[in-house]
Design a protein around this ligand. Sequence first.
Ligand SMILES: *[C@@H]1O[C@H](CO)[C@@H](O)[C@H](O)[C@H]1NC(C)=O
Ligand SMILES: *[C@@H]1O[C@H](CO)[C@@H](O)[C@H](O)[C@H]1NC(C)=O
Ligand SMILES: *[C@@H]1O[C@H](CO)[C@@H](O)[C@H](O)[C@H]1NC(C)=O
Ligand SMILES: *[C@@H]1O[C@H](CO)[C@@H](O)[C@H](O)[C@H]1NC(C)=O
Length: 423
Amino acid sequence: MGIRAMLRAAVLLLLIRTWLAEGNNTTSIPEYVFELSPTMPAVIHNVFNCKNCANETVVGKILDRVLSGYDARLRPYFGGDPLPVGISMYVSNIDHISEVTMDSKVTMFFLQTWKDPRLAYCETNLNLTLDYRMADKLWVPDCYFLNSKDTPVHDMSVENRMFQLHPDGTVHYGMRLTTTASCSMDLQKYPLDKQTCKLEVESYGYTVEDIMLYWEGDENAIQGTEKIENPQFTLLGKKVTRNEEVFYTGSYVRLVLKFMIQRKIIHYLVQVYWPTIIVTISSWVTFWMNYESSVARMTIGLTSMFILHTINSHLREKLPEFSCIKAIDIYMVVCFIFVFLSLLEYVYINYLLYSRRESSRCYRLCRRARKIMDQYRYQLEPELQRGPGWRGSNDPTCEAPNMATERLKYCLVDLDLGFLEGL
Ligand SMILES: *[C@@H]1O[C@H](CO)[C@@H](O)[C@H](O)[C@H]1NC(C)=O
Ligand SMILES: *[C@@H]1O[C@H](CO)[C@@H](O)[C@H](O)[C@H]1NC(C)=O
Ligand SMILES: *[C@@H]1O[C@H](CO)[C@@H](O)[C@H](O)[C@H]1NC(C)=O
Ligand SMILES: *[C@@H]1O[C@H](CO)[C@@H](O)[C@H](O)[C@H]1NC(C)=O
């Protein structure tokens, strides 16, 4: 009994253990190692064993295969659904935003992405990067910048274009270019203004039935704008939109990128505002000057006018010739008016004091004349006592006082100071 029971229990335990081991132990399954025989063809060998190690022979074969019979004139899915083409940009610089020519220069890496099933390959799962020489062998979208004046693709040291092929036929086509995009500005608040500059991308020939442009990654389609440093402007933000435009030949998708920028005021503070404020205030120095120092007063007034004019004409050079009245114009006119009024003040004061100054001059002359008369009084006394009859006298000693009296009378009539001093 005891031995039987023990045997039964042992068998039961063994069964449970086996069941447990089979039910929940994956590592006990022996690994199946796939050994390749060296006689297999190279392509199949690659598919299984060399997914990530395509050498030039393999890649050369891939390119030969996909490009043989490839017609670069026809878009992918020709005659079928429209091809979605994703657009994205890496903006490396926005510079030379000019008010005179109303444009801005944007340097960027312009990337277009689409899928071309004719270029799919399965020999390797590596992405293939190809250079500018592929540009005329493959079909590429005909995107252009609607509002650009000039868009050269950089060619240092070779043309800056690249293709990246993915195994599923996705193509990334990137190029580095600088576009001079026109940017109409409203200068009414200049230089305290904010501007919006646009960059519009559109397919040149393919309508919505052939190509659907879209921003790749929507808001993330534009990268690199955080690092942009522009001495003239601060970048406030960017915005991407997509709309459809209808022309005679059909409707086209237009992608619009907007840059909101604000002018930096510090440059104008240093070059325009402070100098003009100081010049205007220094023209008021004349109020504390003697009204008789006309040379100094006129010099200060006219020099201030001249400096303001110089600053104003320097300012004009940076602006388009025909434009509206700007905030800075009003500011400069106010400065001019202040300086001009300080000049007018001098003229007015001069006019007011003119008569008083004349009378004071007479007063001074009369006083001097009286002094001289007092000086000569002792000589005149006897003469005056003698009366008018003495003129007929033959006394030679009377000659001198007689002449002095005549002269004095004459000068008192004329109030001529120079003559008096000659006495
Ligand atoms: C197998 O073991 C794991 C833990 O190692 C456990 O989570 C799982 O439930 C078990 N499965 C069965 C069928 O017992
Ligand atoms: C699975 O079984 C093996 C022996 O076959 C053993 O070494 C291993 O520890 C077991 N693993 C688990 C999770 O039971
Ligand atoms: C390239 O790889 C294939 C298969 O892996 C091999 O047969 C061939 O010799 C290699 N060529 C070179 C140049 O390494
Ligand atoms: C190929 O590119 C895609 C997308 O950029 C990426 O997800 C993938 O990892 C790349 N493949 C290899 C092998 O690097």
